[in-house]
Design a protein around this ligand. Structure first.
Ligand code: HEM
Length: 452
């Protein structure tokens, strides 16, 4: 292995690389790929040396490596513990990680997920009925609300009080407090209480954790009354029933961290994908019209149902294209090499973090029209996860993949079916908004008419 080359680096100083990566990450990664090839090294101040993987073969090789060779939790903890706490599954490895996945995954699979189609439809309907007619407004905040409410209701199950009413205001404040770039930059994370952005973020995080703790106590009281929950129906009940650690305080902390990651992380990504997908659809009248036609032919005036999803091929293609055309972060799903490893003929030294560059992977000529937003990229062909996966892969495949795809289909399908919608002044430039990227200037739209 020592004879193998290491991934090339761009001809820029460490300082220049860092500056460009901060200023314009997507453009910089695309240019570096053009200069260095699909696997390259960057040296970033404050982050060190990272290897970026921009082709599907490299990702498939990465996903197959065992835990002795690459770990995910160890590096993710460094990046996201300030957001979700250090005990969420995203920051774990080894048996602790496997046990957590075993508990949460049953709630994200086929049948369990599909029972939420009606809820997602009702939530979207409730929101769209309140939007103004013939007046431009920002859609992104409404999409954020739909995703947050959906996560709160689905992941928490029924309580005496609506979990969305209990949690959404705190989750919203947490996300707003996360916006300033200094909050996400380790050297600028100064806790000066209300006097610094990071201090304000910590207060919002404490309040969100407190709200989650209240929900857990409410559920504990109900369980004490009802005896043990024989078959948990939602993630929160399952985490509580699993008794993850011997110490009750450890259990409680792990549940708060896990639920924060699932609710906030899941809603952040899904709502941004919704915005990028709708921007693509509304920027191309013929795509909007074709999708509308498919929905009218297949559903008429009735709401979308689970059994429709298999037949709505164009809707499926639109959603896949939304995720391909613009990924919500310049890189995703990092890992760290624990030994010297080999990927696509390159040697990657032990201790090097690796990043999946899904935006660049999606630009491959595997797609007939990679540079345009074009659902034809996904029509009339069977695409396997080993050809393309916006949800990563291997043992760390996105936990919420099933739920996210359902939410995307129901929300996009319902909006296109029910609204004559036009684009206001929106830009296709990605701009950082918290931990993900959204269209610059938000997503300005105009509703001309609500149908039926
Ligand atoms: C369209 C929306 C979404 C996209 C594009 C997305 C994408 C991803 C990607 C690329 C990863 C990294 C996978 C890897 O390392 O190989 C990931 C991880 C994860 N996602 Fe998602 N995700 C979405 C929605 C959600 C939702 C709704 C939830 C939960 C409700 C969720 C929960 C998670 C968790 C817990 C992980 C960490 C998995 C681990 O480390 O084991 N995601 N997601």
């Amino acid at each position: 292995m020592n004879n193998l080359p290491t991934p090339p680096e761009p001809s820029l100083s460490r300082f220049q690389q860092t500056l460009r990566f901060i200023k314009e990450p997507y453009g910089f990664l695309a240019r570096t790929r053009a200069e260095c090839g699909e696997i390259f090294t960057l040296r970033l101040l404050g982050m060190g040396k990272w290897v970026f993987l921009c082709n599907v073969q490299a990702l498939n090789e990465l996903y197959k490596l065992p835990e002795e060779q690459v770990l995910a939790g160890e590096i993710r903890k460094k990046l996201v513990a300030y957001l979700f706490g250090s005990r969420a599954s995203v920051s774990l490895d080894g048996p602790e990680y496997s046990e957590r996945r075993r508990v949460i995954m049953p709630f994200f699979g086929g049948r369990r997920v599909f029972q939420h189609t009606g809820l997602l439809h009702r939530l979207t309907e409730e929101k769209l009925m309140r939007w103004p007619i013939d007046e431009a407004f920002q859609l992104q905040p409404h999409l954020n609300e739909i995703s947050l409410e959906a996560s709160s209701r689905i992941l928490f199950g029924p309580l005496d009080q609506d979990p969305a009413t209990l949690l959404v205001p705190y989750a919203r404040r947490f996300l707003v407090a996360l916006r300033p770039s200094s909050v996400q930059s380790r050297p600028l994370q100064w806790d000066l209480g209300r006097w610094s952005p990071y201090g304000r973020f910590l207060i919002a995080r404490r309040e969100l954790y407190g709200a989650l703790d209240t929900v857990i106590s409410a559920l504990q009281r109900r369980r004490a009354f009802d005896e043990v929950d024989p078959e948990p129906e939602d993630v929160l009940s399952a985490l509580m029933a699993a008794e993850l650690y011997e110490d009750a305080e450890d259990c409680r902390e792990a549940i708060v961290h896990e639920m924060t990651a699932l609710v906030v992380g899941g809603a952040e990504t899904t709502s941004k994908v919704l915005a990028w997908t709708l921007l693509g659809v509304l920027s191309h009248r013929q795509i909007f019209d074709r999708l509308r036609q498919e929905l009218d032919d297949g559903l008429g005036e009735r709401p979308i149902r689970t059994e429709d999803l298999r037949r709505l091929h164009y809707l499926h293609a639109v959603i896949q294209e939304g995720m391909r055309f613009q990924s919500v972060g310049p890189f995703a799903g990092p890992r760290i090499a624990k030994q010297d490893i080999q990927i696509c003929g390159y040697r990657i030294a032990a201790g090097t973090p690796l990043a999946q560059c899904l935006q660049e992977v999606g630009r491959s000529d595997f797609f007939p029209n990679p540079e345009q937003f074009d659902p034809e990229n996904f029509l009339d062909r069977k695409i396997k996860a080993s050809d393309w996966s916006p949800f990563g892969g291997g043992t760390r495949l996105c936990a919420g993949m099933g739920l996210a795809q359902l939410e995307l289909a129901v929300v996009v399908g319902t909006l296109v079916q029910r609204l004559d919608l036009e684009l206001g002044s929106s830009s296709t430039e990605p701009t950082r908004a918290g931990i993900t990227y959204q269209p610059a200037n938000g997503l300005s739209v105009i509703v001309r008419r609500r149908r039926f």
